[in-house]
Design a protein around this ligand. Structure first.
Ligand SMILES: Nc1nc2c(ncn2[C@@H]2O[C@H](COP(=O)(O)OP(=O)(O)O)[C@@H](O)[C@H]2O)c(=O)[nH]1
Ligand SMILES: Nc1ncnc2c1ncn2[C@@H]1O[C@H](COP(=O)(O)OP(=O)(O)O)[C@@H](O)[C@H]1O
Length: 304
């Protein structure tokens, strides 16, 4: 290549890189949605968007660290080196629907999973949301454990026996289920969740880590929120203070809690439960799909 051409090509490459950086910045700042960028890439093969790698675009989305970007690409069957402009039709379709579900479409509800270690306050925060935000559907799980005093069937849980739980599994009526604390089985009834989402209502699932992982696999558009204790000491204080478990059971739960705390990197958002009202508000903000524009970027109140 003659010297002048080489210089021109290198200037063009620098300009293209800058243009791609500006696109990423606009997505991060919430000025453009990732879907908008992808559609622009497919409409104009010469534009800066078409030259962006899919991995770069996904990396601008809130809550998507490098590991989650790799997972998403694998699920979408898109090579990490692919550029938006180079995607085939099927890949475009998969990416489009994934981004739509993930960024939230106004008028369609959002599915949020709230998980976290034992006694961090999941039930308390979920209860606060049930009381103050009736627009959100708080999913009622089915369980084989016995009701505690004051718990009502159909409100706190659907209490079923082993055969009843087996029947729910066999009919495909559970979105996810798990045996929790090596004791009872718990599962999320599928029909109410699907009906609420289709009707534009947001849904909150308060489930354990195994269940959260299953929801991630079957509904990748779900947002996974990990509720963190302000400190380990405070977590122990809450567990002991609640007084619902024997000393032996408390020790077993704290062992599980250590494992669960180590899994928090798998989550999209971290919310510290220092104050119930504030933590609940953060979760409610995550449940809300704004009309039209992209959600603001950055991890709202996250502790990472
Ligand atoms: N996978 C899954 N876990 C659930 C479900 N419902 C409740 N859990 C979890 O089961 C665990 C035990 O709940 P519970 O018996 O109410 O006791 P506590 O929350 O530890 O007081 C908690 O970690 C819940 O998050 C569900 O539908 N699916
Ligand atoms: N932000 C908070 N500050 C202080 N105590 C809390 C807070 N959130 C929950 N708790 C208390 O901690 C204990 C465990 O809460 P709970 O909702 O039962 O936890 P989980 O459902 O995660 O097992 C309860 O006694 C509850 O009142």
């Amino acid at each position: 290549m003659p010297e002048v051409d080489r210089a021109a090509a290198s200037r063009a490459a620098v300009a293209a890189r800058r243009a791609r950086a500006a696109v990423k910045e606009a997505v991060r700042a919430g000025e453009r949605t990732a879907i908008d960028v992808a559609e622009a890439a497919w409409a104009a093969p010469e534009g800066p968007e078409a030259g962006m790698r899919v991995a770069e675009l996904l990396g601008t989305l809130r809550g998507l660290g490098p590991k989650r970007v790799d997972d998403a690409l694998e699920m979408l069957r898109i090579s990490p080196v692919k550029r938006l402009g180079g995607l085939g039709h099927l890949q475009r379709d998969r990416l489009r629907s994934w981004l739509r579900a993930r960024e939230g479409v106004a008028g369609r509800g959002r599915l949020v999973v709230l998980a976290g270690p034992t006694a961090v306050g999941k039930g308390t925060v979920a209860g606060y949301i049930r009381e103050h935000h009736p627009d959100v559907l708080l999913s009622v799980s089915a369980t084989t454990r016995a009701p505690r005093p004051g718990e009502r069937d159909g409100v706190h849980y659907y209490f079923v026996d082993d055969a009843g739980f087996d029947a729910l599994i066999d009919r495909g009526d559970l979105l996810e289920w798990a045996t929790v604390h090596n004791a009872s089985r718990y599962g999320t009834p599928r029909p109410p969740v699907e009906a609420a989402l289709a009707a534009g209502r947001s849904v909150l699932l308060e489930i354990d880590l195994q269940g959260a992982r299953q929801v991630r696999a079957s509904m990748p558009e779900a947002l996974l929120v990990f509720l963190q204790p302000p400190s380990w000491e405070e977590l122990v204080r809450r567990l002991v203070g609640r007084g619902t478990e024997s000393a032996e059971e408390q020790a077993r739960r704290l062992e599980t809690a250590r494992v669960e705390l180590a899994a928090q990197d798998e989550f999209d958002e971290l919310v510290v439960n220092d104050d119930v009202r504030r933590a609940a508000q953060e979760v409610v903000d995550l449940l809300t799909v704004p009309s039209g524009a992209a959600r603001p970027s950055g991890r709202a109140g996250s502790a990472r």
